[in-house]
Design a protein around this ligand. Sequence first.
Ligand SMILES: *[C@@H]1O[C@H](CO)[C@@H](O)[C@H](O)[C@H]1NC(C)=O
Ligand SMILES: *[C@@H]1O[C@H](CO)[C@@H](O)[C@H](O)[C@H]1NC(C)=O
Ligand SMILES: *[C@@H]1O[C@H](CO)[C@@H](O)[C@H](O)[C@H]1NC(C)=O
Ligand SMILES: *[C@@H]1O[C@H](CO)[C@@H](O)[C@H](O)[C@H]1NC(C)=O
Ligand SMILES: *[C@@H]1O[C@H](CO)[C@@H](O)[C@H](O)[C@H]1NC(C)=O
Ligand SMILES: *[C@@H]1O[C@H](CO)[C@@H](O)[C@H](O)[C@H]1NC(C)=O
Length: 169
Amino acid sequence: MSSSLHLIFSVFLIFVVATISPIFATDHIVGANKGWNPGINYTLWANNQTFYVGDLISFRYQKNQYNVFEVNQTGYDNCTTEGALGNWSNGKDFVPLNKAKRYYFICGNGQCFNGMKVSVLVHPLPPPPTSPSSRELSSNHSSAAVVPRLGFRALVVSFALTWFGSACF
Ligand SMILES: *[C@@H]1O[C@H](CO)[C@@H](O)[C@H](O)[C@H]1NC(C)=O
Ligand SMILES: *[C@@H]1O[C@H](CO)[C@@H](O)[C@H](O)[C@H]1NC(C)=O
Ligand SMILES: *[C@@H]1O[C@H](CO)[C@@H](O)[C@H](O)[C@H]1NC(C)=O
Ligand SMILES: *[C@@H]1O[C@H](CO)[C@@H](O)[C@H](O)[C@H]1NC(C)=O
Ligand SMILES: *[C@@H]1O[C@H](CO)[C@@H](O)[C@H](O)[C@H]1NC(C)=O
Ligand SMILES: *[C@@H]1O[C@H](CO)[C@@H](O)[C@H](O)[C@H]1NC(C)=O
């Protein structure tokens, strides 16, 4: 179809991805429905998730009973909070994972020794999707193959591709 339609679509796609992406950041709830409690192996939980820059990790627990400290590897290994990078105690704490690095969180009241420690590796986001050329889009949908790896952007992109596909053909 007309190339102006393609141009408009490309601009629209960039705008939508740039605008909406933060809304689709994943909130990783530590321990899922078990929350932040003693006696849970959070390594197993963390191994089952993929963390990207801009995601959140959130801790749900009985306020006043437990808490959360962000520590370095020494603190994680030894269950110590000296030099902690941050602490939270509201019982429903959302921590933004803004850097591509390994984060370490422990409970600061001794329950770290009962397993209340979690370490997560945060991956950089793939480079923002550049405006895909209309030729690639219409001749081959191979770009869809990489969509699942893009996390929340995949929602927007796959939706847009679907929309575009039906508008085009
Ligand atoms: C948690 O599970 C991991 C992976 O199976 C294992 O390596 C680790 O020893 C476990 N940790 C505890 C405290 O059981
Ligand atoms: C891993 O995640 C899947 C899907 O979210 C879930 O069904 C499964 O129970 C999880 N496994 C563990 C060990 O948490
Ligand atoms: C943990 O503490 C012990 C001493 O209590 C120390 O020898 C060890 O180096 C510490 N672990 C780390 C990773 O620093
Ligand atoms: C962690 O922080 C403590 C206290 O600030 C410091 O002594 C230690 O060397 C740090 N460990 C690492 C691995 O950075
Ligand atoms: C918790 O964090 C606040 C700043 O957010 C800091 O003032 C306080 O000293 C920290 N508490 C501990 C025990 O590290
Ligand atoms: C279309 O994508 C498939 C993989 O999904 C690839 O094998 C094939 O070479 C591509 N064709 C063209 C014309 O790019």
